[in-house]
Ligand binder design. Structure first.
Ligand code: MRU
Length: 360
């Protein structure tokens, strides 16, 4: 069941360029963009041309490989340029921890490098390619572990886009759904449209239609009545950062879905690679929440076509919210399924050595 778009993020060493699918144009235009300098990569991340926690990490890793390709040959000058590139990319979006995880992994290669500049360029190019390849492996592993949790015939609600477009490919929450379908189960997806930038309507529905997986888009404020009508069997969402106690930051509106699930007795699953778990923070209170432009709320679809608020109205536009661990049934990772209490189960999975993907 191939996804008909090319990979979300590619590192094209011979160009050199970071090639992405411009997600701001979907679903009406399928457009590849070659980002040829670090500022272009940073702009693409900030503007959500490439988005979704794992995909942002992959783009940042490729951005560092690109920086090395563009840097002077002299090793000290190259490292100074890499340091600037790392700071530039780290300043793009604060919540998705995969961005910092990927930049740290790239830094571990360049900071201690004592060979010549050409060797460092090659090593960073290989590391970026490895991070991208591992991300797809992680998603497939998440899918394998999570597929068992979805009963045949399940009607699954998801929020935002945690699919192939949010990762290097296959997806986290949509990876679980894809794997269940590949295992022969009949699945119907309810896709929250996801105000204000409509990642659910524009991107999740786009991917599912391309894969032939039945899906229905609903406005975010319709999920409650759908659950009350007995039409939802479980919810599966992605994550941008998970604290070590299991509190999970994900797209704004996720918390409301989790509360509704608890009220209606519906399992609420989070699907994410272990690289999304930030073991350095104790709870969700420490997760920085990105505030985005008021224009995203004040204009229809956020793209400046039609105003939907009067000038002078205040605008509230946090990009993420935090779902407390107590509302989460299980966290599906690339190393297995974590059940409450998450502090212990996530740590145990992180210490497993047979990971198919991420290196923590
Ligand atoms: O602001 P975005 O579009 O980058 O937010 C991404 C999300 O919150 C995703 O839905 C997600 O679940 C995390 S990435 C798999």
């Amino acid at each position: 069941m191939p996804f008909r778009l090319p990979p979300t993020v590619q590192w094209i060493a011979e160009a050199p360029a970071v090639r992405i699918v411009d997600q701001t144009l979907l679903p009406t235009q399928e457009c590849l963009l070659d980002l040829c300098d670090v500022d272009a990569v940073a702009e693409a991340i900030r503007m959500l041309r490439v988005r979704g926690a794992p995909a942002i990490g992959c783009a940042a890793a490729a951005g560092i490989a690109l920086a090395a390709a563009l840097a002077p040959d002299d090793l000290a000058a190259m490292k100074a340029y890499l340091s600037w590139a790392t700071d530039t990319l780290a300043a793009t979006r604060p919540t998705a921890v995969n961005l910092f995880w990927a930049l740290d992994r790239m830094r571990a290669v360049w900071e201690s490098w004592t060979g010549d500049g050409a060797g460092l360029r090659y090593a960073l190019s290989r590391e970026a390619s490895a991070i991208i390849a591992e991300d797809i492996e992680c998603c497939r592993a998440i899918g394998r572990y999570g597929a068992d949790l979805l009963p045949d015939g399940a009607r699954v609600l998801t929020h935002c886009n945690a699919g192939a477009l949010a990762t290097a490919g296959y997806g986290t929450a949509l990876g679980v759904i894809r794997a269940a379908v590949e295992a022969g189960k009949k699945i119907h997806v309810w896709a929250d449209e996801t105000r204000p930038l409509l990642q659910g309507a524009r991107l999740t529905a786009f991917e599912l239609v391309a894969d032939g997986i039945p899906c229905t888009v609903l406005c975010d404020n319709m999920a409650g009545s759908l659950m009350a009508a007995g039409q939802v069997d479980c919810a599966v969402v992605g994550a941008d950062r998970i604290a070590r106690n299991g509190d999970t930051a994900n797209k704004i509106g996720t918390y409301g879905v989790a509360v509704l699930c608890r009220h209606h007795g519906i399992p609420f699953y989070v699907a994410a690679p272990l690289s999304t778990v930030d073991f350095s923070i104790a709870s969700g209170q420490e997760i920085p929440i990105e505030q985005r432009s008021p224009d995203e709320v004040a204009w229809l679809a956020g793209f400046g076509k039609q105003a939907i608020t009067p000038p002078g109205a205040g605008i509230f536009n946090p990009a993420f919210d935090v779902t407390p661990a107590a509302l989460i049934t299980a966290i599906i990772t690339d190393r297995g399924v974590a059940w409450p209490p998450f502090e212990e189960s996530l740590r145990a999975l992180a210490e497993k050595t047979d990971s198919p993907g991420a290196t923590l």
